[in-house]
Design a binder for this molecule. Sequence first.
Ligand SMILES: Nc1ncnc2c1ncn2[C@@H]1O[C@H](COP(=O)(O)OP(=O)(O)OP(=O)(O)O)[C@@H](O)[C@H]1O
Ligand SMILES: [Mg+2]
Length: 354
Amino acid sequence: MNVIRPDDVDIEQRVLAALRTVTVGPDGPDVVDGGLIHAVVATDGVVRVLFEPERLAGDDGGGLAAAIMPLVRAVPGVTRAVVKARPRPPAGRRPVPGIRHVVAVHSGKGGVGKSTVAANMAAALARDGARTGLLDIDVYGPSGHVLFGLAGRAETAADGRRIAPKEAFGVTVMSPGFLVPEGQALLWRGSLVDAGIPQLFFDVAWGALDYLVVDMPPGTSDVHLATLARVALSGVVTVTAPGQVSVEDVRRGMEMFADLAVPCLGLVENMAGVVCPGCGHTQPLFGAGGADELAVGTGLPVLARLPFVPALAAAAEKGKPAVIAEPDGPSARTFTDLARRLRSRLPVSVEETL
Ligand SMILES: Nc1ncnc2c1ncn2[C@@H]1O[C@H](COP(=O)(O)OP(=O)(O)OP(=O)(O)O)[C@@H](O)[C@H]1O
Ligand SMILES: [Mg+2]
């Protein structure tokens, strides 16, 4: 498990000191004091320097990146350096009223366990006392309602305008499954997606929530783009299976979020081996080391690793997240740790919870 290491803090300080040797023009301030540097983040020796594109007069950043890169690489402890412009969020994005943090659970790859992670993370957040919602936006194959044992059509909220979400295990749940007869999928294409996706966020009577966990469909579709264009997300948790094929798809998905200025909070490696019920030894299942490879390549932490656990799928079949079905089991512990890591990265201040 990667954690923020004291070494990384030292590295960030050394990188900042190196950046202070670069000045803006011959007589100008250094690039740090001049406001050209947005952030310096080190994770396990991988350093990302994000500069402010608006502050560069007549330069696309290529000149600045070329000047900075060798200095950053030369800092002791730096194993890899990424220097790029701070991505700019699209102008039409807005926060969801009443919700402190909207967090997407995504993967470029289908079937890696996004819905399982989203449902259990939401259940673990709620069990820990956070006001939590789950929104499934996999409009072509929703499963969020099934994972929480919910069915039936959505009703109109008390205000007569919005949709009333349902509730299970302390989690407020909205799924496209509540909008169509059982077993059917929404037939949204093109402009219907562009109009319908924002409604799932903004036209639902969520009430006050600390966290809204969003279960994304696989890939990089219109649904993703409609979400990223209109909704202010606090970040995305990326799910991957350990094998190489999954890692490549996941990397593509992560790039979409990064390009659209949504912070990636970290990785969850799912189906990372199978535990022998006899001896407890973990056997690799779909390759090994995928999340570590992504973590090193991107500088992001691995927030949780979850082996293949038949009980997880069995709990899902029964309409109960494993966190609820087996609250003292190893999967529940993993998801509780994951929820706590998420909370430490996206805190809700005391005033806001009052
Ligand atoms: N760690 C695990 N151990 C055992 N079964 C798992 C695990 N994670 C997920 N599953 C099972 O694998 C199947 C796929 O998981 P899930 O639906 O969460 O994936 P997904 O990424 O959301 O898929 P899709 O791309 O179709 O939305 C489900 O049957 C689920 O119960
Ligand atoms: Mg899913």
